[in-house]
Design a protein around this ligand. Structure first.
Ligand SMILES: Nc1ncnc2c1ncn2[C@@H]1O[C@H](COP(=O)(O)OP(=O)(O)O)[C@@H](O)[C@H]1O
Ligand SMILES: [Mg+2]
Length: 311
């Protein structure tokens, strides 16, 4: 797979009067074409700063970054991207349709081409019905959907979403996930910032976890959330005997046995022992920990690293 975003040693220090705020320490990251990449981290970690750097809204203190081979900040790079800002404020006195006309014009679209594209994106985010309604009357979920329509107007190759589901109810979040799945399937790369971990877990292919301007972990979402070598076996009958190889525990209520096995052979030995003891196996799945558990662990670890040494 080819790279969509290549970040080399990019950093950002803000100056606030005499105070220097190191929002991003030098970061290296590559985002592949066609993936949904999640940047996670608590408030103030530097997520929005990184998006703004990639958009060319702010200049980096050091480092380089390119989008599909184009230097960030260049006009060419800007034509490739769509952006849904955090806490966006579209003019409330405009209708959804008028807002899209305004932003479409800014992006160089006009006339019939723009009209047709507006019809398409409104339909796509399920907002055609409310196109004439003023934005001030939209719910938070509708606000985000019209925002997505705006971000998709120019057929972006790369979509930046900053906290797209913050403050939205579960039904609205599911709708947005559905929209993003389709966008991804059409080949668009999606870069999403979020502090909502369970949400991100559902949609991303890869994630980077950030804290105080540093990426503390990055990887495949599936791999990160998979506990190495532990399987959960659910029984529909029988009780596991003592001494099954690798058995970590058995929950009689859920009928789940946790087995630690270094390889498939070892796992099969444990399964044979269960079956020999009259257990009937319903399902076997690799055990996963949630992204939230991993996140909390990481935050605690890096807290310890940052703690001054005691004498
Ligand atoms: N324009 C700015 N001027 C000074 N400091 C800023 C500015 N924007 C962000 N910061 C600071 O940079 C750090 C990272 O902020 P931000 O990128 O918004 O984090 P996140 O999006 O992860 O919540 C924070 O300490 C924030 O206060
Ligand atoms: Mg932010």
């Amino acid at each position: 797979m080819a790279a969509c975003i290549e970040i080399h040693g990019i950093s950002k220090t803000y100056r606030n009067g005499k105070q220097l705020i190191e929002a991003l320490k030098p970061i290296d990251l590559t985002i592949q074409q066609g993936e949904i990449f999640g940047l996670l981290g608590p408030n103030g970690a530097g997520k929005t700063t990184l998006i703004k750097l990639m958009l060319g809204i702010i200049a980096p203190t050091s480092g380089e970054c390119s989008i599909l081979g184009e230097k960030i900040g260049s006009l060419k790079a800007k034509t490739l991207i769509g952006y849904l800002p955090e806490n966006h404020r579209f003019p409330l006195y405009l209708s959804g349709q008028q807002m899209l006309e305004f932003y479409g014009n800014l992006g160089g679209l006009s006339g019939k081409t723009l009209g047709k594209r507006i019809d398409e994106v409104l339909e796509f985010v399920n907002m055609s019905e409310w196109r004439k309604l003023k934005i001030q009357r939209y719910s938070k979920g509708m606000m985000q959907r019209i925002g997505l329509a705006q971000a998709l107007l120019n057929h972006p190759k790369l979509l930046f979403l900053d906290e797209p589901t913050d403050g939205i109810d579960p039904v609205g979040r599911k709708e947005i996930r559905g929209i993003l799945e389709i966008v991804k399937n059409e080949g668009t790369t999606i870069f999403v910032n979020s502090h909502l971990l369970s949400e991100v877990e559902l949609i991303t292919d890869r994630v980077a976890i950030m804290r105080k301007g540093v990426v503390v972990k990055a990887g495949n979402t599936q791999e990160l959330t998979q506990t190495q070598g532990v399987h959960v076996i659910t029984l529909s009958g029988g009780t596991p005997p003592n001494g099954v190889q690798g058995m970590l525990n058995y929950n009689a209520q859920t009928r789940e046995v946790e087995i630690e096995a270094a390889n498939p052979n070892a796992l099969n030995t444990s399964i044979d022992a269960l079956r020999a003891a009259g257990c009937f196996i319903e399902t076997i799945v690799p055990k996963r920990s949630s992204l939230e558990e991993i996140f909390i662990e990481l935050m605690q670890e890096s807290q310890e690293l940052l703690r001054p040494e005691s004498k």
